[in-house]
Design a binder for this molecule. Structure first.
Ligand SMILES: Nc1ncnc2c1ncn2[C@@H]1O[C@H](COP(=O)(O)OP(=O)(O)OP(=O)(O)O)[C@@H](O)[C@H]1O
Ligand SMILES: [Mg+2]
Length: 327
């Protein structure tokens, strides 16, 4: 299990003051982040631009050290023993960083594998296995510069798996990929957790991806975890009201007013708005039973009635106290 507690990172930078003068400035990139990752789980790490996700991942992959906080991987102090931890973890970043275009897929993996001091027989076997896993085996001797974006990204995943890590950090792994390639990559990511039992932390600005993949989600805002839970739990927290949609085959005179009056007996805050053929009913509790009873009694036939689950995107916007929209 990965357990990071109260991680904080303050960057020291220089800002120009006038033409020639530079002054030291401190940036609080991460304030207080506590995270847990179990093997076999995919953890979502979400937040708007600049929230501190990449900085946290850099601390968790021991690329930079935290200003404060503790970080343990399977009981080993990762801050004191980064070299031990590096064998247990790896990272996959989106975009086209960390692979060498002039080298072939095979040579890239050979290079990264040799950094881990793997013996050449084992390394060869592993490279073949990984290239097969990500569907690049037929292209193993092709130079990466001839690869499409999707192929490069699949090679990134293979690179991230070269040391057979127990935990994998994925920073926007499907960035800039088309829908079909992303879908395929998501399948790989899911099977890494569910079939190969790896613990995965994933950041993404694509909410459907997070909803589909993540067992548990942390929401980061201005360097602090502001909420955590399953997508369902977060929705409950962000939206205290329930939204129902109702459509009818027939309706009597003044249906809306009569229904409203009836439902107000249960919830005096209930609102009903008719929009595009649907009655949108917002209330503090689920009124489906009361609505059905009312319709039955008045011989009104319900075509459809369903609850609208809020989208993760809306939840993040609501929970992050800024108006910026994740892109
Ligand atoms: N090397 C650095 N030196 C100084 N400040 C930095 C450095 N790296 C990041 N920051 C600042 O720290 C804050 C958090 O940045 P970070 O890249 O961790 O955010 P993020 O959540 O990954 O954002 P995005 O969604 O845009 O990738 C930002 O204000 C950023 O400008
Ligand atoms: Mg980032």
């Amino acid at each position: 299990m990965i357990e990071a507690k109260n991680l904080k990172k303050v960057y020291e930078t220089k800002v120009s003051k006038g033409l020639f003068k530079k002054e030291k400035a401190l940036v609080n990139a991460v304030n207080d982040v506590s995270i847990r990752i179990n093997k076999g789980e995919i953890i979502g790490f979400l937040g708007i631009n600049g929230a501190g996700k990449t900085t946290t991942i850099k601390m968790l992959t021991t690329l930079i050290s935290p200003t404060e906080g503790s970080y343990y991987v399977d009981g080993i102090d990762a801050i004191k023993n980064p070299m031990v931890i590096k064998k247990k973890i790896n990272m996959v970043a989106g975009g086209e960083r960390m692979i060498y275009w002039r080298l072939t897929a095979y040579e890239n993996l050979w290079y990264y594998g040799s950094l881990y001091g793997l013996d050449s027989k084992l390394l060869n076997e592993r490279i073949d296995e990984l290239l097969k896993l990500v569907g690049l085996y037929e292209n193993k001797d092709k130079k990466v510069e001839e690869f499409s974006k999707g192929m490069k990204q699949r090679l990134q995943i293979a690179r991230g798996l070269i040391n057979d890590p127990e935990y994998l950090f994925m920073d926007e792994p499907t960035l800039g990929l088309d829908a079909i390639v992303s879908k395929e990559l998501r399948k790989h990511i899911k099977s890494l957790a569910k079939e190969k039992n790896k613990g995965i932390l994933l950041t993404s600005h694509y909410m459907e991806e997070v909803e589909e993949l993540c067992d548990y989600i942390y929401i980061l805002d201005k360097g602090n975890i502001i909420n955590q839970g399953t997508a369902k739990e977060l929705a409950k927290d962000a939206f205290s009201h329930i939204n129902l949609k109702l459509s009818l085959y027939n309706e009597g005179y003044n249906f809306k007013e009569h229904l409203l009056k009836k439902l107000q007996e249960e919830d005096n805050k209930v609102k009903i708005i008719l929009k595009e053929g649907y009655y949108n009913i917002e209330s503090t509790k689920d009124l489906r039973v009361e609505i059905s009873e009312f319709c039955n009694k008045n011989e009104i036939l319900i075509k459809e009635i369903f609850k609208i689950e809020p989208r993760l995107e809306d939840i993040i916007i609501k929970l992050s106290n800024t108006r910026k929209v994740p892109n």
